[in-house]
Design a protein. Structure first.
Length: 186
C-alpha cells in the first residue's frame, strides 16, 4: 500500500511540474504579482517603494529582468547556486557599465520556509520568492528546473528574449548571451 502511495505521489508531482512547455523568446511574459520583499535591501535593489505588500514584475526598476525558476529539491539548482550567485555579483558590480538588469528567483513548489532554507544554505543574496502552489511556475510552462527567462521591459510589457532550460557553466558568458539577446530586442 505504501508503495502505491509513493508511486502515485511521484506521478502527480511529475504531472504537475512537467506539464506544458516554457514560454519562448518573442512571447509576452505573464503579468505576475509577487509579495514585496520584507528585506529593505531587496526592496531597494528591485526599486520598489516602501509600504507595498506586493508588486507586479514589470514594476521592477530595470530594463532587463532575469528570472530563475528553481526548486530547493533540485540537485541541479543546488549545484548551480554558486554560479548564479556569481552572476548576481557580476551584475551588481560597478565595473558592469550601463547595465540595467535585475535577477530574481522563483522557488517552484517551495514554501516560504523551504525558500529561506535554500537562501541560507547557498548564501543567496538576490531576492527569492516562494511559489508553494507552483501556480507561477506552471503559468510559465516550466518543464524542469533550473530554468532561466530573460525579460526585456517596454513600459508595462515584459517580452521573453531568452528562455533557457538547465544551467550554465560560465556566468560571464551567460551575461554576454543576455546582453546580446537584449540588444537584438532593442
Amino acid at each position: 500500500m505504501n508503495r502505491l502511495i509513493i508511486i502515485l505521489s511521484l506521478f502527480l508531482c511529475h504531472t504537475l511540474v512537467f506539464a506544458g512547455s516554457p514560454i519562448e523568446p518573442g512571447q509576452s511574459f505573464p503579468g505576475i504579482s509577487l509579495p514585496a520583499p520584507a528585506d529593505s535591501a531587496h526592496r531597494e535593489y528591485l526599486g520598489l517603494l516602501r509600504g507595498r505588500t506586493e508588486f507586479m514584475l514589470h514594476e521592477v526598476g530595470a530594463d532587463t529582468i532575469i528570472v530563475q525558476v528553481f526548486s530547493m529539491y533540485c540537485p541541479h539548482c543546488q549545484r548551480m547556486a554558486p554560479t548564479v550567485n556569481e552572476l548576481y555579483r557580476i551584475m551588481i558590480s560597478p565595473e558592469e557599465p550601463g547595465t540595467s538588469m535585475k535577477l530574481i528567483g522563483i522557488a517552484g513548489g517551495n514554501s516560504v520556509l523551504e525558500t529561506s532554507i535554500f537562501r541560507d544554505k547557498y548564501d543567496v543574496s538576490f531576492p527569492l520568492f516562494p511559489d508553494e502552489s507552483a501556480r507561477l511556475s506552471a503559468s510559465l510552462g516550466v518543464v524542469r528546473t533550473p530554468h532561466f527567462f530573460v525579460l526585456s521591459k517596454t513600459g508595462k510589457t515584459l517580452t521573453v528574449v531568452l528562455s533557457q532550460a538547465g544551467g550554465f557553466d560560465d556566468p560571464r558568458h551567460f551575461l554576454d548571451e543576455v546582453l546580446q539577446a537584449t540588444e537584438n530586442r532593442r
